[in-house]
Design a protein around this ligand. Structure first.
Ligand SMILES: C[S@@+](CC[C@H](N)C(=O)[O-])C[C@H]1O[C@@H](n2cnc3c(N)ncnc32)[C@H](O)[C@@H]1O
Length: 212
């Protein structure tokens, strides 16, 4: 996924984050993404996710669509040793890879990985949730929001990746995935219990804070 930002601006953001936090495990995860064309969020968004989680004091995070653990890496840092990150993905190979990378990074302790449908994984999590991060197949976004909106505590966050979808959300002639992203984004914007905005970094990250 190419960033929507000018390439040199994106490189600047990435370089700033890299200067703040060096880890050869992250380098390896990024090399895998490059080699296999796998869509990880990248460093600038990763750091942003960590920041969001820390800002609401998140202790329990649920990821919808975890891949091999790159975004979970940042959430695991944020929740700390006593926290919990529930990863979900349909692909068992991703779960195996995530365990390898996150163990090496010293972050696997608080991670649980549900192999299967993301919304089933979410439903299996009991109690209050501080943060849900959505990065599944785009046609699933409206259902993901529907399943999440009641589950977050007041003061919790819904974060969702790819909400600008390479600019397609603002153009005519939209396909099903684009329409699903737009429909979900409108639902979030119109929910009076949430205050939301989109950070246009990379492919757009929706941030929605539950206020009531
Ligand atoms: C964009 S990748 C996730 C990348 C990850 N968030 C990161 O940045 O490291 C999307 C992942 O979601 C998984 N996925 C898509 N739809 C899903 C669903 N309905 N339930 C569970 N996993 C799903 C795919 O297998 C894929 O690994």
């Amino acid at each position: 996924m190419q960033s929507l930002l000018p390439i040199e601006v994106d490189a600047h953001l990435t370089e700033l984050v890299t200067a703040q936090h060096l880890d050869p495990v992250l380098d390896d995860m990024e090399r895998r993404a490059e080699a296999h064309g796998f869509p990880i969020v990248g460093r600038a968004v990763g750091r942003f996710l960590e920041l969001q989680a820390r800002m609401v004091g998140a202790r329990r995070v649920v990821e919808l669509g975890s891949g091999y653990g790159y975004s979970a890496y940042w959430f695991a840092r944020a929740v700390g040793a006593d926290g919990e990150v529930v990863c979900t993905d349909t692909d068992p190979d991703n779960a195996r890879l995530a365990e390898g990378y996150l163990r090496r990074a010293g972050l696997w302790e608080g991670v649980r990985y549900h192999v299967g449908d993301a919304l089933e994984g979410l439903a299996a999590v009991g109690g209050e949730i501080d943060l849900v991060y959505c990065d599944i197949d785009k046609h699933g976004y409206p259902a993901a929001w529907e399943a999440t909106r009641e589950r977050l505590r007041v003061g919790g966050l819904f974060l969702c990746d790819n909400v600008l979808w390479d600019g397609r959300v603002a153009r005519g002639d939209q396909d099903d995935d684009t329409r699903a992203i737009v429909a979900m984004t409108r639902e979030v914007a119109q929910d009076p219990r949430y205050v939301s905005a989109i950070n246009p970094v990379r492919d757009g990250v929706l941030v929605a804070l539950r206020v009531a």
